[in-house]
Design a protein around this ligand. Sequence first.
Ligand code: SF4
Length: 339
Amino acid sequence: MSKTNVTIPFFIPHLGCRHRCVFCNQVYTSNTNTPPNEDDIINKVELYLKNIKSSVQHVEIAFFGGSFTGLDTELQKKYLAIAHEYYSKKMIQGIRLSTRPDYINKPILHLLKEYTVTTIELGVQSFHDDVLKASNRGHTVDDTMNAIACIKNEGFNLIIQLMPGLPCDTSEKSIESAHIACKLQPNGVRIYPTIVIKDTGLSKLFIDGNYIPMTLEEAVALTARMYSIFTMNNIPVIRMGLHPFANDISSTILAGPYHPSFGYLVKSRYCRNQLQNMLHQAVANNGTSTRYIIELPALHAAEYLGPHRENIAFLQNRFYNSCIQYTIAKTLEPILYAL
Ligand code: SF4
């Protein structure tokens, strides 16, 4: 399928960060040492625009990897002026940036509005103060709530970023954070299960035996539950798992549930849970001797089947008394027939 959205990303590693969060090393995760200068930005945007396919309908310039609104105001203006120029000429359709909750207030948002910023990604991470404190975030849940209210009042698109598995976090707290995030009605969320990156506070805690990361299985299962909560509330989950921006990101990871296809694993688990629930219900209604046929949506067949058809093997094992057949069909949702 051709891409319809393109993001032109710029990384400003740790610029504007007055705190070093315990899990963060943007130099490693973004594979960038230095922020771009004005020429770098223009050259990269021009290159992207020259190569963009006709199927693309929405292009955004995005500033990630630091706390954009914590930058010196003159530097913010320099970056935004370039992006705004492309936006005003209708060569791009959006300007996006990521920042921290305690770097949001009305004057800051008015500046962003002046330069036609469309989307703000907020590093919320958790809606629990003890988790924020243990992660050295340097802000509170109240700061987050105030920032979100301001962003929404001023009419920006809001993306909430959450990080299950931080120090002091539990599955219950992560699930609660997902429910709270839903109530705040963001335009989308990103879920980044915590990874132990080298040369971070978390790597020291891990080495000293004071932090145990989630296993991949735990992270997939928990993120699938969070994904389900957002999906049921019609909130798009635009990313799950760390983006492998670095060529060899695995060399910068000390421990934790990193997988290059983490999002696929989570969606596949979500689909497996859905099929399992359908089968539980069907077996409860019809008994085990009935034959079942399940039509799987062709568009999402890979997620429903699972990696190496693991989901089918899992369900076969769970419902070993039942005869279940799977077919791929042009349906939007799986359909179960009891014969
Ligand atoms: S998580 Fe955000 S605020 Fe914290 S150090 Fe990293 S870039 Fe800065």
